[in-house]
Design a protein around this ligand. Structure first.
Ligand SMILES: [Zn+2]
Length: 492
């Protein structure tokens, strides 16, 4: 460690330093050297670069375990929202090494991916190569020609299960961060197959991140979906992350949270996640938009918007797009704010955005320097974290330190047992990664909204974001620098 007369690479002066791990909440100076935090002090320090953080909060960089969109445009938008680690853990990727290789040396933020059960299934049952991030490589539509076996086939044949498990194991060997199991999209998955996935997670000291079955208020309900994975987590002794718990539990979110409480009281390692919006987004071919969705979810055709054309669905249109473009994205109004608040305001529920990748109105991926007004997708991809901070200010949603913890330390400390690199993320202390987000608590706000031209508007009030000691957002402008590092489960 340097003494205070020495020069650091970067110093952040006079900010309100908030560290959820230690509880430190005081005006301090932060010295950064070699990509790490070197010192946090009330003494004066100097550096080659200086940021004046007067009247700003200096927080650990935000961590998002639910960032589907991974294009340079998506990551740039995430950085404006204060996120230094936008990770794709729910849907994941296959092959995992394709994902990591594509980003090496070119990433603006830290990156990681789970092995995606859904893509492992596609490769095994349809023979379609998801080429990494299957949500954006046309994999889902490519399976239609084969009858979408990944989605339509019961895995009663042990040989099918073996093939799928081999693909998942390959991903784990390549350092995947967890197994992403969005089983709510392939309900034909048998219990035997799910058991095999949990058993594999146990063998590799990994964890399961899941979008549970049955987005429904009525039987079979989202609660049953949660009970299924909690039972498997208990039986196979595997940690469990229940993602966007409110969006599958719907009107029964409080019941779902009580189940998580009960599981935790019994010593299970179960964590839940939520985002602060009462509408969701996914692919239009999703299982839960099949026959009877109105009663199950409590919404109608007109509550579903086909993103590419902006059309609201009718019976005919929904049938047409489910057939012709099952991988096309939709927005749906399917939640109540009281359920969103119940999940979001819990101290032990982490914030995860479920960010869908931004494209233009024709469905073409955006380039890094495209205007944000062109971006089409759920606004949570741009505003989730700043919105949480705005709710703290405007609605006294929760203490600011609690909100920061749910976006940083709580996430990192849950993951660190299986992903050792996470021990250096999510906190501000000497030796930790210098991933730092500096925001003005009086002005920080999301600007993205579900109207045309507003969906990808970047958050404001976050003038500086630092990744591994390098300033990436400076005076609210994203610089063309690439300090992002791979985070993997690989040990030693
Ligand atoms: Zn999901």
């Amino acid at each position: 460690m340097k003494n205070q007369n020495e020069s650091y690479d970067l110093v952040i002066l006079n900010g309100r330093v908030m560290d959820p791990e230690s509880g430190l909440d005081a005006v301090r100076n932060v010295g950064v050297a070699g990509g790490k935090i070197s010192v946090i002090t009330d003494q004066s320090i100097q550096g080659k670069e200086t940021i004046d953080a007067t009247d700003h909060v200096v927080a650990p960089g935000f961590i998002d375990l639910h960032a589907h969109g991974q294009s340079p445009f998506d990551i740039k938008t995430k950085l404006c929202d204060g996120v230094t680690a936008p990770l794709e853990i729910e849907a994941g990727a296959y092959p995992v090494d394709v994902f990591y290789n594509e980003r090496a040396g070119k990433a603006q933020a830290n990156y990681a991916v789970s092995i995606g059960h859904v893509w492992a299934r596609m490769a095994a049952l349809d023979g379609v190569d998801p080429k990494g991030l299957g949500l954006y490589t046309g994999a889902m539509n490519a399976c239609v020609a084969d009858g979408s076996q990944w989605h339509e086939k019961n895995t009663d044949d042990p040989k099918d299960i073996e093939k799928i498990m081999a693909n998942i194991e390959e991903g784990l060997k390549q350092g995947a961060v967890g197994i992403g199991v969005p089983v709510g999209y392939f309900n034909k998955c048998t219990s035997a197959e799910l058991e095999a996935v949990f058993a594999l997670a146990k063998r590799y000291n990994s964890f399961i991140a899941t979008h549970v079955r049955y987005m429904s208020n009525i039987q079979p309900s989202g609660i049953m979906g949660i009970l299924e994975v909690i039972a498997l987590s208990y039986t196979y002794d595997v940690p469990l992350l229940i993602q966007h718990i409110h969006s599958t539990s719907l009107h029964r979110t409080k019941e779902a949270l009580a189940l998580v409480d009960a599981a935790q009281k019994r010593g299970l390692n179960v964590l839940a996640e939520a985002y602060p919006y009462d509408f969701g987004s996914s692919v239009i071919g999703a299982d839960y938009l099949g026959e009877g969705f109105q009663e199950a979810i409590g919404m109608d055709y007109s509550d579903i918007l086909y993103v590419k054309t902006g059309e609201r669905m009718t019976k005919e249109l929904l049938a047409k797009y489910r057939k012709e473009d099952p991988g096309g994205f939709m927005l749906m109004h399917h939640m109540r704010m009281e359920d969103v608040d119940a999940a979001m305001q819990r101290e032990d529920v982490i914030v995860g955005s479920d960010a869908m990748g931004f494209a233009d109105v024709n469905g073409k991926a955006l380039e890094w320097d495209d205007a944000p007004e062109k971006g089409v997708a759920h606004p949570r991809g741009a505003g989730c974290f700043a919105k949480t901070l705005r709710l703290v200010r405007e609605k006294n949603y929760m203490p600011l330190m609690t909100a920061i913890s749910k976006m940083t330390y709580l996430t990192a400390s849950w993951l660190e047992d299986f992903v050792p690199a996470m021990k250096q993320l999510g906190r501000l202390k000497p030796g930790a990664n210098a991933d730092i987000t500096i925001f003005n608590p009086d002005t920080v706000t999301d600007n993205a909204a579900p109207e045309a031209g507003k969906m990808a508007l970047p958050s404001t009030g976050i003038p500086y974001v630092i990744v591994n000691g390098t300033i990436v957002v400076k005076d609210s402008e994203v610089l063309k620098v690439y300090p992002g590092q791979a985070i993997t489960s690989a040990v030693g």
